[in-house]
Design a protein around this ligand. Structure first.
Ligand code: SAT
Ligand code: MN
Length: 593
């Protein structure tokens, strides 16, 4: 108790609701110490030193990568765990058929037992943080209590952490209550529980990414989407970028793609030579919060402050801006280390080194069958390092969105780009998004699953009602963005990608931007509007035109199968599957036959 009182005396707030909650949670977890984080540079140095002393962080070569550290997670804790993620609403119906559900009382009592005494001999860090730009009407305060110095240091990069959050909170009690304990990392005792009605998150037994950095998927998406529905806005798994044309006009676009489908690359795209004078600015690479502005348009902010990006495949060709972003002050997780203390992963520039230390700390030799870096290894980097960071990123109003893009990873069926006929049809395109699974979540990689708006693992309530919310928002947005679907990942019969992707995606992006300003042609097909010959700028593109034709082709047979699978998904959604979307499917079926 004496320790508790000292901690409180040194707390940088007198907010009674906050102090009493921290007191209660500390009484439950019984840490040795309670440390309040203020987000200062002095604190970063102190926590980093402690993390290095305790082996949580390994300093990298400070000449090559100043301020950079490597973290190796437990090999059983390397991705989000969807089967252990729960939405704890009073009724199962509120969580819906696509979420795991636990009754709140049961969840609290189960996890209370796990948290009880779980921080013995450990420090409890109180991490106050802000999601969203300071002064934004959408900004939300969260407090994460964690026993992980790694989490505290990552939250410092990923959110606006410390004093600014406490200042905004003042004496209010409406903050997100996040409790996180690494526990003993036993997957049998791992739970990520969300209590939307209580604005509360309890996460036990994992130290990894979206399981542990509670501001990201847990607050900004799962709790955020729940709040968005009640309050009339959108919390979406979307990047936000600005496309500046040579005449200086910037058009903002938001895009939803499932985890590890190249969102960070797209958000940091550098236009190819042909597009001299064009520039892409990053507002966000993962999450968009969007509300209707006074002018009747949809305005978006990026609630985050940094990037938690996939390392493998990132290189100077695929994403030069990311390479610049991770040159300093970055925490790497589960990448390989070179002999001179730099980082390495599969798909990095240059020759494969002869020898490495792999992501588990074991010696690795060139030619070894196992990957040196984990496929879901990550970098946590401050957005201010990004050379293409949009000037609007801290604007409390955000940026006006002219186009929304839905994209999945599909080897067949889905053409390179489509524009929806209207808002309802656009919601249908998003709702039926399918993607082959990736390493970002535990489970089988490469099977197609329906992932509406790339939100399947991140919608904090009933998916049918979430889609209904999308449909209903139409009446609240006088000047809605145009909606598009893209697929960069279509393959030929012999398994090769048909579209070069990366910077060349600028060609598709330009068509999207021009369409949203109604200044380029298109052609109506069964599926939606597509560029007709000549509309897509292909000049200087060094691939045979037959490949582009194949990437944009539509196969009736494939679409019949697709509609079958979409129908199964609507069935799974049950009684909340919006009628308007079912009708869209029936209309398409009619057009196809
Ligand atoms: O681990 S995270 O959920 O933060 C990353 C991702 O799945 O996109
Ligand atoms: Mn993501």
């Amino acid at each position: 108790m004496a320790k508790q009182e000292t901690a409180e005396a040194s707390a940088p707030t007198r907010n009674p609701a906050l102090l009493s909650w921290v007191r209660d949670m500390a009484a439950l977890c019984k840490p040795d110490r309670v440390v309040w984080c203020d987000g200062s540079e002095e604190e970063r140095v102190r926590l980093t030193e402690y993390a290095v002393e305790t082996g949580v962080l390994i300093p990298l070569n400070q000449k090559k990568r100043p301020g950079c550290y490597l973290h190796r997670s437990n090999p059983n804790d390397v991705a989000r765990v969807e089967h252990l993620t729960f939405i704890c609403t009073p009724s199962k119906d509120e969580a819906g058929p696509t979420n795991n559900w636990m009754e709140p009382g049961e969840a609290y009592s189960k996890l209370t037992k796990l948290f009880d005494g779980s921080m013995k001999d450990r420090t409890l860090y109180v991490v106050p943080y802000l999601m969203g730009p300071v002064g934004s009407p959408l900004a939300k305060v969260g407090i994460e209590l964690t026993d992980s110095v790694y989490v505290a240091l990552n939250m410092r990069i990923m959110t606006r952490m410390g004093k600014q959050a406490l200042d905004l909170l003042g004496n209010h009690s409406d903050f997100n209550r996040g409790l996180h304990c690494t526990g003993d990392l036993n997957p049998e005792r791992r739970y990520i529980c969300h209590f939307p009605q209580d604005n509360t998150i309890w996460s036990f037994g994992s130290g990894y990414g979206g399981n542990a950095l509670l501001g990201k998927k847990c607050l900004a998406l799962r709790i955020g989407s729940y709040l968005g529905r009640t309050e009339g806005w959108f919390a979406e798994h979307m990047l936000i970028l600005g496309v500046e044309s040579p005449d200086g006009q910037t058009t903002y676009v938001a895009g939803a793609f499932p985890s590890a489908c190249g969102k960070t690359n797209f958000a940091m795209l550098i236009p190819p030579k042909r597009f001299a004078g064009w520039k892409v600015w990053t507002v966000g690479d993962d999450i968009a919060w969007m509300r209707v502005g006074k002018d009747g348009r949809l305005w978006a902010v990026n609630p985050e402050n940094g990037y938690f990006g996939v390392a493998p495949g990132t290189n100077f060709a695929s994403n030069p801006n990311a390479m610049a972003t991770i040159a300093k002050d970055t925490i790497f997780t589960n990448v390989a280390m070179t002999k001179d203390g730099d980082v390495w992963w599969e798909g990095m520039d240059g020759p494969v080194p002869d020898e490495l230390i792999d992501w588990q700390g074991r010696p690795w030799k060139k030619g070894c069958q196992e990957k040196a870096a984990h496929p879901n290894s990550r970098f946590t980097a401050p957005m201010n390092n990004n050379p293409a960071l949009s000037r609007a990123v801290n604007d409390p109003d955000g940026v006006p969105i002219s186009a929304i893009i839905f994209g999945g990873r599909r080897a067949t069926t889905v053409p390179l780009v489509l524009q929806s006929f209207n808002w309802g049809h656009g919601v249908f395109l998003g709702a039926t998004l399918g993607s082959e699974t990736t390493a970002a979540a535990t489970g089988k990689v490469g099977v197609v699953r329906r992932d509406p708006m790339a939100m399947l693992p991140f919608t904090g309530y009933n998916m049918g009602q979430y889609l209904q919310h999308w449909l209903q928002m139409q009446t609240k947005i006088p000047y809605p963005p145009k909606i598009f679907q893209v697929n960069w990942f279509r393959k030929s019969k012999d398994g090769k990608f048909l579209w070069p992707g990366f910077g060349e995606n600028m060609r598709v992006l330009k068509w999207i931007v021009d369409r949203s300003h109604v200044r380029v042609g298109g052609q109506e097909t069964l599926l939606g509007w597509v560029p007709k010959a000549g509309d897509l700028d292909l000049s200087g593109l060094d691939i045979p035109s037959e490949l582009v034709d194949e990437a944009t082709s539509i196969s009736t047979q494939e679409w019949k199968e697709e509609l079958q699978s979409q129908g199964e998904f609507f069935e799974l959604l049950g009684k909340h599957a919006p009628e308007a979307l079912q009708l869209q499917r029936k209309l398409l079926l009619a057009r196809l036959s």
